[in-house]
Ligand binder design. Structure first.
Ligand code: 4AD
Ligand code: MG
Length: 445
């Protein structure tokens, strides 16, 4: 095999005779020419077979190949502005080809399919160019997240997946058997990271988390990845500064490294270029007033109803969507009512009905991508909160201990990987950002 290359690097090989190994994406005959769209996992390019060049036998063989047939193709790389592909602008003048398998009856054809059909065939759908592009953006975002924290003195530390009790509310726990006992899949690694920072200063965990969300929304998965940094000696202001630097860096990496994939997704990248720190900061109080003003101003009765909100209510998707339309970049909403947030958040000084929480809401209607807060530092206040939330006290003794032995102000946040990928890719539904998503009504394939 001569000069095996990947399509991703095809630009480096113009004028050379190369070999690529992959699959037939689709095929268009045009007289003596055959346009073969070939993909190899790293990209998509056009192979052009010319009958007088390849001979009748090979031409006929190729002309009758089914979609997704596997093959090895050799030929000369040419630059051609009009050639479609990822990257675009290149093609291969086919000289030889070896067919490994002629695939018959591939179920996903270029025509439109319903999303349930596509999800049933997720093991095949992943080969389609948009799904392929999303996974490549996801991998880059993941890498950018790790690089961000590793280069800023955070220790990467793993937190357990099997846990004895809740951290983010008892209504979304997945129960698992644990020998003779009951346990739950982790909703978050945060509580363990609060122990970790007292040993290591600044840490992050990055792994799968689980929520038995009973709602079918386009923002919820039952299994998703979350990165959770936690920082000793950090208050709410410093936390927001870290978040905006983090999110703008990650989005910048996706723009730099995945321009081709974002083009496949037809993403409007001008919106992403606005994602530059600082981000606006508004209080929950102000956010409620803004939503109420939008509600009062709209003529759409359905929207009016969806936007009903009083001080003290949590925001739902419609509230977040309308609020974020007022900004061209992510917006911080801080100081939520204590009653709608998790038990561990530090009370606002002089306003115990409010806590030092902050959510980061993505623009263009994508909503919450980060939840974070300053953590409670007083052991007595924390114990009272645990009791108020009716959590099993004995399981939280170690967590309260952290406030007894060298308690310091500390903060942290969690960013959902799939929500972030959904936004960066500009797609409709979160399920497409996970290779094999788990949702309320699906855990196959
Ligand atoms: O706001 P959440 O629930 O915060 C926590 O879990 C904190 N313990 C994080 C921390 O402070 N260390 O979740 C954080 C983020 C959300 O903003 C969202 O991006 C994502 O996790 N998330 C989900 N993503 C997909 N599907 C779900 N069901 C999600 N639930 C939360
Ligand atoms: Mg949240």
């Amino acid at each position: 095999m001569t000069n095996l290359i990947t399509i991703e690097r095809i630009a480096d090989h113009v004028g050379q005779r190369v070999t690529i190994r992959g699959w037939l994406y689709d095929l268009t005959p045009k007289g003596k020419l055959l346009f073969l769209r070939l993909r190899d996992g790293t990209g998509l390019t056009q192979g052009v077979a010319y009958r007088p060049e390849v001979g009748d036998e090979l031409f006929e063989r190729l002309a009758h190949l089914g979609q997704e047939s596997s093959l090895i193709v050799s030929g000369t790389v040419k630059a051609n502005d009009r050639a479609p592909g990822v990257p675009r602008g290149y093609e291969i003048a086919v000289e030889e080809a070896e067919v490994l398998q002629d695939a018959v009856g591939y179920p996903i054809t270029p025509k439109e399919h319903g999303v349930e059909f596509l999800m049933d065939n997720r093991h095949l759908w992943l080969r389609s160019s948009k799904q392929w592009a999303i996974m490549r953006v996801r991998a880059t975002i993941k890498r950018a997240i790790i690089d961000f924290f590793d280069s800023r003195g955070f220790l990467n530390i793993d937190t357990p997946i099997i846990t004895p009790s809740a951290a983010e509310g008892t209504s979304t726990l997945f129960e698992v058997g644990y020998f003779d006992d009951k346990a739950y899949l982790a909703q978050t690694g945060q509580l363990y990271n609060e122990a970790n920072i007292m040993a290591f200063g600044k840490v992050y965990c990055f792994g799968p988390t689980f929520r038995a969300e009973k709602s079918k929304t386009r923002r919820h998965l039952a299994e998703f990845w979350m990165v959770e940094p936690e920082i000793a000696f950090c208050d709410l202001e410093q936390l927001m500064a870290l978040e905006e630097e983090f999110v703008s860096t990650v989005v910048g990496r996706a723009l730099d490294e995945r321009a081709n994939e974002l083009a496949v997704l037809e993403r409007d990248v001008t919106a992403l270029r606005n994602v530059v720190a600082p981000f606006p900061r508004i209080s929950y109080d102000e956010a409620v007033q803004r939503v109420q003003a939008i509600r009062d101003a709209t003529d759409d009765p359905e929207l009016k109803e969806q936007l009903a909100i009083e001080w003290g209510d949590d925001f739902g998707s419609p509230h977040e969507t309308e609020l974020t339309k007022q900004f061209d970049r992510p917006v911080f909403v801080y100081g939520y009512p204590t009653a709608v947030k998790a038990f561990y958040m530090e009370p606002w000084p002089g306003r115990p009905e409010v806590c030092k929480s902050v959510d980061l809401l993505a623009p263009e209607g994508y909503g919450e991508i980060i939840g974070g807060s300053e953590r409670m530092s007083d052991p007595e206040v924390l114990l009272a909160a645990i009791r108020r939330h009716e959590l099993p006290e004995a399981n939280y003794q170690w967590y309260i201990d952290l406030r007894r032995y060298g308690s310091v102000p500390h903060s942290g946040f969690g960013l959902g990987l799939e929500r972030t990928v959904t936004w960066v890719c500009g797609i409709e539904h979160i399920r497409q950002t996970s290779p094999f998503p788990r949702t309320l009504n699906r855990m196959t394939p």
